[in-house]
Ligand binder design. Structure first.
Ligand code: NAD
Length: 284
């Protein structure tokens, strides 16, 4: 059984991003700068933001924060998004999630210039993904793909079960894997008899935020198990997988922490590189 080392994969991605950015910076003499829009207070978002900013600065990307109270209007946010779209010193825009309920995620994301869309969540970039013209891929699905590629896991023809149907994880990930000719099943909280599906998975990807949901009897022998879930518990950070039980049966497994999390941050840097490149192309 192999425990997948997410930090090692993340370090390789970061090294690659840094060397490409250094090259671009020499050519253009510009420091890549990414704007994060943060609405309200959310402890988990703040933690993620801190980790992402640290990783960005390690590869030479500057982060700027645009903070708003949770009662902010849609008009105010759209005004800032438009300013950032037109600001030549900003090379990428991130809308930190979750956002307050009175705001529509679709509405806000639709206003971000797709060329500056670090999260790959604008309708344009999701549409490209759906059509098989992948350009900027949402960070967590991209992280799962990078892990599977790094571990040399065969995707074509494999039975892949994803437990999550959110717009940041399950929906784009299912398309990404369909684009690679996997047979994909998407399960969620309304799925009846979850185990019936998971037992058939060559690759099981879970992102429910329910600690310990996936036990040894949920997986096929020698399955590859990717645990995206992150939940803070009194015993520390936990994933969805009952690690000690599943590790006896799986062929490979991502730990939490140290699995998908660091790779997601590294993939966010990959997307920043992409949006920076887009902005530099426009300058030509
Ligand atoms: P979400 O609440 O939008 O989605 C949760 C998904 O899990 C839904 O599809 C829901 O139907 C499903 N689900 C919940 N309980 C279930 C159950 N008992 N059985 C089957 N399905 C169930 O959350 P999200 O933003 O998609 O994040 C999901 C989890 O992934 C969270 O734990 C989050 O912290 C984690 N996450 C991790 C990373 C990373 O980089 N590792 C990135 C994003 C999200």
């Amino acid at each position: 059984m192999t425990i997948i080392d997410g930090r090692r994969i993340a370090d390789e991605i970061k090294k690659d991003v840094k060397s490409k950015l250094d090259e671009l910076k020499t050519i253009y003499g510009v420091t890549p700068t990414i704007a994060s829009i943060i609405i309200g207070d959310n402890k988990e978002s703040e933690l993620y933001l801190k980790l992402r900013d640290k990783a960005s600065s390690e590869v030479g990307i500057k982060s700027k924060h645009y903070r708003f109270s949770k009662g902010v209007s849609k008009e105010e946010i759209i005004k800032v998004i438009n300013e950032l779209n037109n600001n030549q010193d900003i090379h990428g825009i991130l809308l930190q999630q979750p956002i307050p309920e009175h705001l529509s995620l679709y509405n806000l994301l639709s206003n971000i210039n797709p060329l500056k869309d670090v999260e790959g969540l604008t309708p344009y970039n999701l549409g490209r993904l759906m059509m098989g013209y992948e350009k900027i891929i949402p960070c967590t699905p991209l992280a799962v793909l990078k892990i599977l590629e790094y571990m040399d896991v065969k995707l074509e023809g494999s039975n892949i079960v994803i437990i999550n149907h959110s717009i940041i994880v399950g929906k784009p990930l299912s398309i990404l894997l369909l684009n690679r000719n996997a047979t994909v099943t998407v399960c969620h909280v309304y799925t009846k008899n979850l185990k019936q599906y998971t037992l058939d998975a060559d690759i099981l990807i879970t992102a429910t935020g329910v600690p310990g949901l996936i036990k040894e009897d949920y997986i096929k022998k020698d399955a590859c198990v990717i645990d995206v879930g992150i939940t803070k518990t009194s015993e520390g950070i936990r994933g969805d997988v009952d690690f000690n039980g599943v590790k006896e049966k799986a062929s490979m497994l991502t730990p939490v922490p140290g699995g998908v999390g660091p790779v997601t941050i590294a993939c966010s840097l990959m997307n920043m590189l992409e949006t920076f490149q887009n902005c530099m192309e426009l300058k030509k």
